[in-house]
Design a binder for this molecule. Sequence first.
Ligand code: UT7
Length: 340
Amino acid sequence: MDDIPTPALQSNAVITGIGSYVPEHILSNADLEKLVDTSDEWIVQRTGIRERRIASEQQFASHLCAAAVYNMMERYPVSVHDVDYVIVATSTPDATFPSTAALVSDRLGIASCGAVDIQAACAGFAAALQLANGLLLSGAYRKILVIGAETLSKITDYTDRTTCILFGDGASAFLLEAAAGSRKGDILAAYADTDGALGHHIYRNQLAPFIGEHELNDSGFIVQNGREVYRWALSQVSKGIEVMLARAGLAPGQIDWFIPHSANMRIIEGLSERTGFASEQTLSSIERYGNTSAASIPLALDEAVKAGRIQQGHTLLLYGFGGGLTQAGVLIRWSLQNTR
Ligand code: UT7
């Protein structure tokens, strides 16, 4: 769009490729009806989810990441051997250490690079893009892989009907490169906010038995107070989106695509309504993939790229939110030419 003011954020990060991967195995609502006391009707009405993908026993986040990058290399004329940094946003790393990013660098045969995982739950992908933008802008790095990947099925309790209907697995990757010459970058604005006092409403316990005064369940599975997260999302995330738009000097009508984290269709609709985005402007990956946390935004984005809906010059607002409770947004001008 031509009437966009120039926001304050500096960027020389140009997106030069995107790719995605989801595991083959589909877990449908009908399958879940056999596991817990639920129904397709309840799940669709309350969440908008019809099915999700489940990684095999041998597939971990690093496998999904590498597959997403291979998909990118099939679709775009890019190579990754000279990538100098890999950032993986995930809440389900293969191991606490080594980082999933380090495992991915090895799987892809990258000769020499920095490698870090970042953990910002469902805000992870937007947060990783913000960090990559800063690293490129510093001049220290030229080519960065940013990947959102989750194998949430491995930390989901399939006897708990309040959580097992929600989560799924998948990965999506962006390649970001420093723009040559005076060309401006694709990242136009960024925003983040955290309410750490509410962290106990959604967590997966690892070491500490408490968050603040709240004793944690140590099952190793995702635990959430869905109603509280829902309440926070509609009240605080909608505020965050408004602050971000105000700082960028933009109205929702000046943005082509709003891509919030695919937590739940009702949350997405509530956020769109409260912040002034039309449903036709809003993209999600919830129906076919469920809540894939750090992967949900790039999966929705890539589906729209493949369908030819997102076009060169479009303005995209990516907005993640969840565990923390934290939120992060990135405004992008899409400059990548569609391939297939
Ligand atoms: O990624 C970001 C983090 N997570 C989220 O964004 C999740 C946010 N929260 C949500 O998406 C919703 O709160 C849920 C989808 C998890 C739950 O929907 P809800 O409309 O908030 O349901 P509820 O927790 O208020 O439960 C309503 C009823 C309860 O029964 P009673 O107590 O009214 O008899 C639940 O036991 O629905 C029951 N229920 C179910 N019934 C059938 C809960 N889960 C199920 C189920 N099938 N799977």
